[in-house]
Design a protein around this ligand. Structure first.
Ligand code: BJW
Ligand code: ZN
Length: 250
């Protein structure tokens, strides 16, 4: 893909970069997205699976759905898009990776300065006493486990519809969006709030906003550049345009 001169100049001079990723960046690893023809919401109903009331109504069903997705994620690997962002973090002075994904693939690839807005599927917690559960036993493949401390139901540590995002995570994300000079919005339909507000926060502060997606989205008309294609193909090319900055290890 050829990049415009304006984009190249912005990449070369960017001092502070904020990246927002969504399910599309993991699609090339084999993790299904949520929306669109092949998306999870075509087969499963979010109102039956991705909200707290559904969990209380039928904890085992919701738990089993997450156990199935956890297993799928364990079977896949980060892709070229995830690794390109690790390289980008090495090149620029200030870098924050904000992800809506719960799949842990950015961390497995080696990203460090990360904010997980919607939690992490690898973690669970007790809805009564809040105890974190990192290790799950084999019985928990089909039945929602009970807390060893208080007997409460254990749920996945992900953010469902109608739930608040972790306060500290969102405030770090907003701060990064407010202070960056380049904002990259990658593989997200940009329809779920408040994450979808971040590129607009960046715009309002004068940042250059670049979108990478297979299709046009809600953001495309506003983005300074909208690069259409697969993140795993575009990102390595884009990252190679950034020069190594002083203070960072090449
Ligand atoms: C590629 C590619 C490739 C593919 N390369 N690209 C009305 C108006 C405004 C807001 C609301 C409203 N009604 C309700 C709300 C609030 C609601 C919301 O935003 N709803 C909208 C959908 C309407 N938001 C919330 O409820 C949030 N909380 C909140 O607002 O709290 C305040 C509050 C409290 C109490 C009452 C009311 C408000 C919480 C949102 C939590 C979202 N949770 C989920 C599930 C997480 C757990 C799990 O994984 O199961 O998070 S939903 C799902 O969507 C998941 C994702 O993180 C999130 C975003 O999806 P994403 O990543 O964008 O994926 P897709 O599939 O949509 O898009 C993939 C993209 O990739 C596509 O564009 C492809 O083209 C592209 N692509 N392959 C590049 N190779
Ligand atoms: Zn408990």
């Amino acid at each position: 893909m050829t990049f415009s001169d304006t984009l190249r100049a912005r990449l070369e001079t960017a001092q502070s970069v904020c990246v927002l990723t969504g399910a599309g960046i993991s699609a090339e690893s084999g993790v299904p997205t949520f929306r669109g023809e092949e998306g999870l919401w075509k087969k499963f109903r979010p109102e039956e699976l991705a909200n707290f009331h559904a969990f209380i109504r039928n904890p085992d069903l919701v738990w089993e759905w997450y156990a199935y997705r956890r297993k799928l994620i364990h079977e896949v690997k980060p892709n070229a898009g995830h690794y390109a962002l690790v390289e980008l973090e090495r090149r620029v002075k200030e870098f924050t990776l904000v992800t809506q994904n719960v799949d842990n693939l950015h961390r497995r690839a080696g990203s460090k300065s990360m904010v997980e807005l919607h939690g992490n599927i690898e973690r669970s917690y007790c809805i009564d006493c809040g105890a974190i559960v990192e290790e799950l036993d084999i019985d928990s493949l089909t039945k929602a486990p009970r807390c060893v401390h208080c007997g409460g139901l254990v749920r996945p540590d992900v953010v469902w519809f109608g739930e608040m995002l972790p306060r500290e995570a969102f405030s770090r994300a907003e701060q990064a969006a407010r202070h960056c000079d380049l904002f990259l919005c990658i593989g997200t339909s940009a329809v779920v709030y408040p994450a979808a507000s971040l590129p607009y926060t960046a715009f309002d502060q004068g940042a250059f906003v670049v979108e990478i997606n297979r299709e046009r989205t809600e953001l495309s008309t506003r983005a300074h550049e909208s690069l259409l294609g697969a993140a795993g193909e575009i990102l390595p090319q884009l990252v190679s345009c950034f020069s190594h900055q002083e203070g960072n290890t090449p």
